[in-house]
Design a protein around this ligand. Structure first.
Ligand SMILES: [Zn+2]
Length: 73
């Protein structure tokens, strides 16, 4: 039986979700593909547990629109 999860692997999350304090496994690093929609920069980033910083490109280019796509679940 197929079950519908709230968040699929293709879910695009916001930086707020990256920093979500409630994680089922809070000690596990979270892998994201970060894609800048403004200049098409793309990078796979591993967010360690407890990390509160966004992707470096995101913080360095505040006006750019960045998608965070989680790939580790
Ligand atoms: Zn950019």
């Amino acid at each position: 039986m197929a079950s519908k999860s709230r968040y699929g692997a293709d879910t695009i999350v916001t930086p707020d979700a990256v920093r979500a304090p409630y994680e089922r496994d809070p000690d596990r690093p979270r892998a994201f593909v970060c894609t800048c929609l403004t200049c098409r920069e793309k990078q796979r980033v591993l967010f360690e547990a407890g990390r509160t910083r966004p992707w470096e490109h995101d913080s360095a280019n505040a006006s750019h629109v960045v998608e965070y796509r989680r790939i580790d679940r």
